[in-house]
Design a protein around this ligand. Structure first.
Ligand code: 9WO
Length: 248
């Protein structure tokens, strides 16, 4: 997958190119990232890329000219013979990101992620260049770079060959539509607190059922919204009824 980031702070993207699972996606050539800095397209001697908002108010707005030129450079870099990139702007006004959208975007051959700074970008750039506005949550951070990296990291995990079999993204929380079950490792007793006995039993079927029940319980208690409109298997129905009956 070809990725391009439009950013005033390209070095921030080393957080994903230099570390962890995402680093492997870039090292193996499964993915490729270029960065494009609006500052490099500024036309005055001070390399200005922001200006005061029409109508007044606090802060500054990213100017359309240098930003659009940087987006065009990103689109050119990410384009290939068979695919035009999807251009995404990260903002709290966007559609909420979820596993379904991550998987959809993971099937694209090329994405350009536009990272705003200051109070945002000139709306005409959004109208002219942006295909999709995406939010990673209902909060404001100081720029689009961290949300863009979150989106990239989530997408890279779904690229074939990035995760090994043990890490399979298909088994992750949300791919199943449920929250993850609790995890434990050695020692068996830590500061008076024991590992659930079932996990030491060696009975893989019992363990699988326990984990599914824990996932159902957590999802019901913490994120009942995830269960709305989700279909349940016969086994899941039985486990939910059993949890209810035992008052868990
Ligand atoms: C800053 C600000 C300061 C004073 C008055 C109003 C203000 N609005 C903003 C603001 O929203 N700045 C944004 C910073 C502009 C676009 C890029 N920035 C951003 C993106 N912050 N948070 C996100 C974001 C992106 C995706 N999902 C969650 C948050």
């Amino acid at each position: 997958m070809r990725l391009a980031a439009i950013t005033l702070f390209p070095e921030m993207f080393e957080a994903i190119t230099r570390f962890g699972v995402s680093r492997r996606a870039f090292e193996t050539g499964i993915s490729h990232l270029t960065t494009h800095n609006p500052r490099d397209f500024a036309t005055d001697r001070y390399k200005t890329i922001d200006d005061r908002p029409f109508g007044g108010g606090p802060g500054m707005v990213m100017m359309p000219g240098p930003l659009e030129q940087a987006i065009d450079a990103g689109v050119a870099a990410a384009s290939s013979a068979d695919e035009v990139p999807t251009v995404i702007y990260l903002s709290p006004q966007g559609v909420p990101l979820n596993d379904r959208l991550v998987r959809d975007l993971a099937t694209r051959k090329a994405l350009v992620l536009v990272c705003g700074r200051y109070e945002g970008v000139d709306e005409r750039v959004i109208e002219r260049k942006i295909d999709l506005e995406v939010s990673v949550g209902d909060f404001v951070v100081s720029g689009g770079e961290l949300p863009a990296m979150m989106l990239m990291d989530a997408i890279l995990r779904y690229q074939p060959g990035v995760l090994n079999d043990r890490q399979s993204a298909e088994e992750d929380s949300f791919a199943t539509g449920l929250l993850d079950c609790p995890h434990y490792t050695r020692p068996e007793i830590y500061e008076d607190s024991a590992v659930p006995e079932v996990l030491l039993s060696g009975n893989h079927e019992r363990i699988r059922v326990w984990r599914l029940a824990e996932s159902l319980k957590r999802t019901r208690d913490r994120r009942p919204d995830l269960l709305e409109g989700r279909a349940f298997s016969k086994e899941e129905m039985q486990l939910l009824r059993k949890l209810e009956q035992s008052g868990e």
